[in-house]
Design a protein around this ligand. Structure first.
Ligand SMILES: Cc1cc2nc3c(=O)[nH]c(=O)nc-3n(C[C@H](O)[C@H](O)[C@H](O)COP(=O)(O)O)c2cc1C
Length: 219
């Protein structure tokens, strides 16, 4: 298996897949990598649906703006964010789990203060619109774990976030709307040449320079 660093360097978005099947234990290992991802307050708001059926892959390809490689890939993992993980019931259960597992003993700063924690838990659950960003952000972390594990196992993937309408995915599988489709990940063996790395911004460009000295001078 590749190291994390090797997988990061070698991963590419692959949009052409061989028909060879992907063994179930590899898919399970990818799901295990996703399961281990970190999440804010350990909410783990991710859910995954593994599709092998060609007809369903074809329908997913159609929903994802006709991206043909979704049908070609032998396995497609549909990734959902789960709003239910933010409900009051889920929150109370999680709090108990943290106490039982001893996680609360490792808290630090204000999170180690029982009064502060009681206050946090007394706050109302935010409306759904305000939960979209945390649901998607946390689920994306798990998805990238899954994608890197695929690479480590010699498999190829492509993140797909372009859907006609996410609700169509829920309809296709008869799922409740507390599950929000956030990405579709075709998985398989790359067909043909592996493309060279796609360009990335140089380090200087992604480093932000503090501006407080400049701001101070203006005064
Ligand atoms: C959130 C997200 C959504 C994406 N959606 C699509 C998509 O719908 N179709 C597609 O072909 N590629 C999609 N991509 C892949 C990007 O185009 C790709 O990661 C980027 O061009 C860099 O190429 P690389 O992955 O080979 O390094 C998506 C990537 C991300 C992270």
């Amino acid at each position: 298996m590749l190291t994390v660093w090797e997988a990061m360097k070698m991963r590419r978005s692959i949009r052409k897949f061989a028909p060879d099947d992907v063994p179930e234990d590899m898919v399970n290992q990818m799901l295990e990598a996703a399961r281990l991802a970190p999440s804010a307050s350990n909410r783990q708001p991710w859910r995954f649906l593994v599709v092998r059926d060609r007809e369903i892959r074809k329908q997913l390809s159609h929903i994802c703006l006709g991206q043909q490689f979704i049908e070609e890939a032998p396995v497609v993992i549909v990734c959902f964010g789960d709003f239910e993980r933010y409900s009051d019931t889920a929150r109370k259960k999680r709090r108990q789990e943290s106490v039982d597992s001893g996680v609360t003993n490792t808290a630090s700063g204000r999170f180690a203060d029982p009064e502060f924690i009681a206050y946090v838990y007394s706050l109302p659950v935010p409306p759904r619109e305000q939960l979209v960003t945390p649901v998607v952000a946390n689920t994306y972390i798990a998805i990238e774990h899954l994608v890197l594990m695929a690479m480590a196992l010699g498999l190829s993937t492509c993140w797909v976030g372009a859907f006609e309408d996410p609700a169509e995915i829920n309809r296709l599988f008869g799922l409740v709307d507390t599950l929000l489709p956030v990405a579709v990940i075709p998985v398989g063996y790359a067909a043909g040449e592996i493309p060279p790395p796609r360009p990335r911004l140089p380090l200087e460009e992604i480093l932000v320079k503090p501006q407080m000295h400049a701001a101070g001078k203006e005064k």
